[in-house]
Design a protein around this ligand. Structure first.
Ligand code: B3K
Ligand code: ZN
Length: 896
């Protein structure tokens, strides 16, 4: 049965409050893999704030109707249908009992109730609860829940749901039960249950008000030795939210459960967070430094949702960024504080750089294509397609701008007012903005455009210095450039842009800043408030012609255009006091050079690299006053994907040729330095997961990857082989293997076969590590006459490959299509044919995951004509065979 019967567009403008409210929900589950019976008893009443309706319409999908009663009487005027259930002529207030059945074992969508490794799990956000029972499955219907779980005791010894455990006991026939009560009203998307053979790491902590709390991390028994880091991250998150925002854990018990089949990262169900194993399980042998950091961030993120999302939730799904943008901002600040405290600006900058890199590579690309939408979208076909980089990452930048405008204290005042006004409510992005505005005595009407306009703003800056008058005039123009049609139709006017700027003197020191009209100079970074389409700011008392440092710490999610020379960029890279902008100067320098080279490569002209670029890189590499993590970020070239997006017509092959040329050139020119850095930054002894140790490993492994580019990679092969064999942690082991794969691509050497095989055998029983094994091979560079698609196709037939497991699908299929552009965009179209096959195969199993893969061709119009044609054909092939609403929305928008 396809769900295409109603391919209707849902519009924000059509929001209407629900005709009925549900105050209490009592759920009883008789859990069985093939047929689970769910009995739901609802206290329903007419919504006084809504128009009168005589029928109650509940949503339901893939449910078998078993029976119904109203106020204890069997119900005749009830009609179950494909999209739910209608009860006709209901009274003003009543108790409704509905019994239905579903098939968790057959549920490959991983939405609703499903089975993974023999255990039961749920995923309800956004609209999965309706696949469990009939309901007003929308976030503005908030109820208190009591949940009774019954199941076979031997097969499902652990029975979990939201809130507090109030009763347990044995039942006849080897069954048992558990009853859970959640004291907090919540929307249905936050409901969860888990049942199965699981064990927990437990801790008891005391929170700010002196109350004791039970914390649990539940996993399969063989994974118990990988839960310590997740538990520590949870404890840190709980303390951080008290300290930074005065927000305390409200439940007596807080549980995290890991599941290996999961569509995304994790889910913030009230008191019972369910996580992809990837964001829970870690020990030094199996997880990289990046995995450790991601676990901390995601554990924090889901925990922070308890207040920003759960206590205050969204009125409707158009407001998704209300909880997601805000919670991403909170997790970014948490990670920054964890890595460097709130004092160490350089350590905080590392986190900032990583976040901005993701935003620019992924969100700016989204803005440039057919899925471009505002942070608060106006319409959708399938809401699951709108858990996007724009809603999450740009949404976080929008929240960050309030903090940039009002400072940390002003932001905190706004948050306090937001909770004072809206605790326990389902609200809108406007409510959040008003709280921030009112708490700070500001009119933020213009700021609303950040929520309603799509596209990436461009800020063009010109400057002029009057030596006689000692005045420096900064002229700022804002617009959207040639935005995509989807973005253009949302654009109405200029934004309020907090634009942080500094002025640097010829000695490299910041100049004190005094704007015209100010009594005296203060500070060396100023947040200018740009509000007009064209505006000038005049600095006075400027003793020498300065160099501007623009958009410090990336104070707004915009593209800055300013005509820096290569020498000026090298100067900023060496001197800017803003660590973000030091990195930024290096990226601009490299990007400009790489794009010039890519154009030359496309025209078949010889390539050469400006010595100034080599020198700038050498200075960073050898500057021991800079932190290793900063150097690693500064020396990493912009990604091929990002570079291709900057071209008038994306040409992945030309970009790859240019980037490889530069990597080789830097490898040769700085060979002795790379070797010295490699030796200096080894981290002998026991593995430490600290940011400092991780920084050393990152820089050392970057050096190794450059050394692997040498024409004669003997040194790299020797070092990488030794590193692989001696490694006591996954960061070093996987980096060594990756370097060997790199060296093998250029030389065809067979030195990589043994470690590749060893890696598989060593970690055969660790699915998350086997994911890395697939991903490393999917993203490897292709050698002459050895296209990676051949390896990928062979790996699809490997016994360990399984398309139904999203992590495995992502490790091979998504990694190849999304993270190996030069191979995926092969001129013969082989990558696109593979993509179309896999999108259609996934579409039949798991539409949400399929839709993510489908998006990988959405920028097809921006590529060179030959690639464009082939991508178009692949898209049409998918459009002709698609079944799900999820994938259909993506391909139809791409083809429109
Ligand atoms: N809120 C969930 C995402 C749900 C996605 C549904 N397709 C995880 C998070 O953002 O915390
Ligand atoms: Zn979230």
């Amino acid at each position: 049965m396809s769900d295409l019967a109603t391919p209707n567009v849902i519009r924000r403008a059509d929001y209407a409050p629900p005709a009925f409210l549900i105050d209490t929900v009592a759920l009883e589950f008789d859990l069985a893999p093939e047929r689970t019976i769910v009995k739901s008893t609802l206290r329903v009443r007419r919504n006084p704030a809504a128009a009168h309706a005589s029928h109650l319409e509940l949503m339901g999908e893939q449910l078998e109707f078993v029976g119904a009663s109203l106020d204890g009487q069997p119900l005749a005027n009830v009609r179950a249908h494909e999209h739910g259930l209608t009860v006709e002529n209901v009274p003003d207030a009543f108790e409704l009992t509905l019994t239905g059945a579903c098939n968790p074992a057959a549920n490959t969508t991983l939405s609703g109730l499903y089975v993974s490794s023999g255990n039961f799990f749920t995923q309800c956000e956004a609209e999965g609860f309706r696949r469990i029972t009939w309901f007003l499955d929308r976030p503005d219907v908030m109820a208190t829940y009591t949940v009774t779980l019954r199941a076979d005791k031997a097969a499902y010894p652990v029975l979990l749901s939201n809130g507090n455990l109030v009763d347990t006991g044995d039942l006849p026939d080897g069954r048992h039960f558990a009853r859970w009560e959640d004291p907090f009203r919540k929307p249905s998307y936050l409901f969860a249950l888990v049942a199965g053979k699981l064990v927990a790491l437990e801790e008891r902590i005391t929170t700010g008000s002196g109350r004791e709390k039970l914390l649990q991390v539940w996993v399969e028994p063989h994974d118990l030795d990988k839960t310590r880091h997740a538990m520590d991250s949870l404890i840190h998150a709980i303390h951080w939210d008290e300290k930074r925002f005065g927000l305390e854990l409200d439940l007596d018990r807080f549980m995290i459960v890991a599941v290996s089949d999961f569509n995304m990262g994790a889910m913030e169900n009230k008191g019972l967070n369910i996580f992809n194993t990837k964001y829970v399980l870690a020990n030094p042998e199996t997880a990289t430094d990046t995995d450790f950091a991601n676990i901390e961030a995601v554990v924090g993120h889901e925990y922070f949702h308890n207040w920003t999302g759960n206590r205050v939730t969204c009125r409707d799904w158009f407001q998704l960024s209300l909880k997601e943008g805000l919670t991403v901002f909170r997790d970014q600040e948490f990670s920054a504080d964890m890595s460097g405290g709130d004092q160490d600006e350089a350590a905080r900058a590392t986190k900032r750089i990583e976040d901005v890199r993701v935003l620019r590579q992924m969100q700016f690309a989204e803005d440039a294509g057919p899925m471009a939408h505002p942070v608060r979208p106006e319409s959708y076909v399938e809401i699951n397609n709108f858990y996007t980089m724009t809603v999450y990452e740009k949404g976080s930048e929008v929240v960050r701008m309030y903090q940039t405008l009002f400072g940390r204290d002003g932001f905190r005042k706004g948050m306090d007012l937001y909770f004072a006004r809206h605790d326990g409510q389902a609200v809108t992005c406007d409510d959040f903005r008003h709280a921030l505005a009112d708490a700070n005595g500001r009119d933020l009407a213009q700021f609303e455009r950040w929520y309603s306009q799509a596209g990436t703003p461009r800020v063009s800056v010109t400057t002029s210095y009057d030596e006689a008058q000692r005045r420096y005039v900064v002229t700022v123009a804002q617009g959207y450039g040639d935005a995509s049609p989807a973005a253009r139709e949302t654009q109405k006017g200029p934004l309020l842009i907090p634009f942080a700027i500094g002025l640097i003197g010829p000695d490299g020191a910041d100049l004190p800043l005094r704007l015209e009209g100010e009594a005296d100079a203060h500070g060396t970074t100023r947040v200018l408030e740009v509000t007009g389409a064209l505006q000038t700011f005049t600095f006075v008392d400027v003793p020498v012609k300065p160099l501007p440092s623009l958009l410090r710490n990336f104070s707004a999610p915009v593209i800055v255009e300013y005509d820096y020379s290569n020498d000026e960029l090298a100067f900023l890279l060496a001197h800017d006091s803003d660590p973000f902008n030091r990195w930024e100067a290096g990226q601009r320098l490299a990007t400009r050079e790489l794009l010039t080279l890519a154009t030359r490569a496309a025209e078949g002209r010889p390539l050469e690299l400006d010595d100034a670029v080599v020198d700038a890189f050498r200075r960073v590499l050898t500057d021991e006053t800079l932190s290793p993590s900063f150097r690693e970020l500064a020396l990493m070239l912009p990604s091929e994907t990002y570079l291709a997006e900057q071209m008038a017509e994306s040409d992945p092959a030309a970009v790859h040729a240019a980037r490889q040329f530069v990597r080789r050139r830097l490898a040769h020119a700085l060979k002795a330095d790379w070797l010295a850095v490699y030796e200096r930054h080894v981290t002998p002894g026991e593995y430490e997961a600290t940011p400092v140790a991780a920084g050393h490993r990152a820089l050392k492994n970057l050096a190794l990857s450059y050394l692997a580019e040498l024409d004669d990679p003997a040194d790299a092969v020797r070092l990488a082989t030794a590193q692989y064999d001696a490694a006591n942690n996954m960061t070093d082991r996987s980096a060594a293997l990756s370097a060997l794969l790199g060296a093998a691509a250029s030389t065809g050497g067979d030195f990589v076969q043994r470690p590749l095989q060893d890696f598989y055998e060593r970690f055969e029983k660790e699915p998350l590590v086997i994911d890395k094994w697939f991903a490393l091979q999917a993203t490897q560079r292709g050698g002459a006459g050895r296209p990676v698609i051949d390896t990928v196709r062979a790996l699809m037939a490997h016994p360990a490959f399984n398309l139904k497991n999203p992590n495995r699908a992502r490790s091979l299929v998504f990694s190849f299509c999304g993270a190996n552009p030069a191979q995926f965009h092969a001129a013969d179209g082989s990558g696109y044919a593979f993509w179309a096959e896999q999108v259609l195969a996934l579409d039949a199993l798991n539409p949400q995951v399929a839709a993510r893969l489908a998006r990988m061709l959405e920028l097809w119009r921006r590529f060179t004509p030959k690639l464009r044609e082939q991508m178009h054909a692949a898209l049409k092939q998918v459009a002709a065979g698609v079944k799900s609403r999820d994938v259909r929305e993506i391909v139809e928008k791409a083809l429109a």
